[in-house]
Design a protein around this ligand. Structure first.
Ligand SMILES: [Zn+2]
Ligand SMILES: [Zn+2]
Length: 275
């Protein structure tokens, strides 16, 4: 199994770190997790095509994880995709996708009739909404989805991927929570979000003390992510979803190493990890 980090950023714009997205693949399967800003450009850079994605899994419906959903689907149509999309996401995903498609309905109709492409199946989709937790089989990859704690976001999920006795767990966006630590037990790789609290300052009129407190509150700060990884007993910790996107790398590694006992891998867009 292979993990390709497509976007390791957050809502702030940074050309080095796109919006949240990850590709999990084997020889026969490609699963995309989230489709933040820049996902199609990163797929292209990593020599993957949106035409070949077997399933799209959404952790939650925050913009930095889903803003390029329509671009992803249109680009797959233009890349000769001939099968409908399978989209898995939290409660509300069906309504969310339907509304996006409704907004573009007349533009899409016009394009289909004018461009005369051989198939428009790529523009069809089926949405499956998650329960509290459960399993999905996508070809040779087994996926467990489980709720994490990103309140006040009503539904947010983490995922574990299983293939050939290997396990990859993705935290999604979450504050430290038991469910993540239980589900990440003994993972070969834990891909985890991090909020680097000491790198982000109050800016008058832009970020109040309350803003910073509240954003930190529903993420996992750098002084806790190593503890989460230690308790989950994962073999490798890969950090992603950096808030802010620019920071002192050795300082972050040092803080996390103190709790985890090992250096974390600092994720970068297009980094590939074999699991
Ligand atoms: Zn996010
Ligand atoms: Zn979020």
């Amino acid at each position: 199994m292979k993990l390709t980090l497509l976007g390791t950023g957050c809502p702030s714009v940074d050309f080095k770190r796109c919006g949240s997205s990850n590709l999990i693949s084997t020889k026969s399967t490609k699963i995309l997790v989230d489709c933040g800003s820049g996902v199609t450009q990163r797929l292209n850079q990593s020599k993957n095509s949106s035409a070949d994605i077997d399933a799209l899994l959404l952790t939650h419906l925050h913009t930095d994880h889903v803003i390029d959903l329509y671009q992803l689907i249109i680009s797959s149509w233009h890349s000769d995709r001939t099968s409908q999309w399978k989209i898995y996401g939290p409660k509300g995903t069906k309504k969310f996708v339907d509304k996006i498609f409704l907004a573009w309905k007349s533009e899409r109709k016009l394009r289909i009739s004018y461009e005369k492409r051989k198939s428009s199946k790529a523009l069809n989709y089926k949405v499956y909404e998650f329960k509290n937790e459960g399993y999905i089989n996508i070809n040779d990859i087994k996926v467990k989805y489980f709720e994490v704690d990103h309140k006040p976001v009503p539904y947010a999920y983490g995922f574990s991927f299983f293939s050939k006795n290997k396990k990859l767990t993705i935290s999604g966006d979450t504050r430290p929570c038991e469910s993540l630590m239980i589900n990440a037990q003994n993972a070969d790789v834990l891909l985890h979000e991090v909020f680097i609290e000491y790198e982000i300052n109050q800016i008058s009129g832009l970020r109040s003390k309350k803003t910073l407190h509240n954003v930190k509150e529903y993420h996992t700060p750098s002084n806790l992510v190593g503890k989460v990884a230690k308790l989950s007993n994962c073999k490798k910790l890969v950090l992603t979803h950096f808030v802010p996107t620019r920071f002192n790398i050795s300082k972050l590694k040092k803080i996390v190493r103190k709790d985890f006992g090992k250096d974390p891998i600092i994720g970068n867009d297009l980094l590939t990890i074999n699991i």
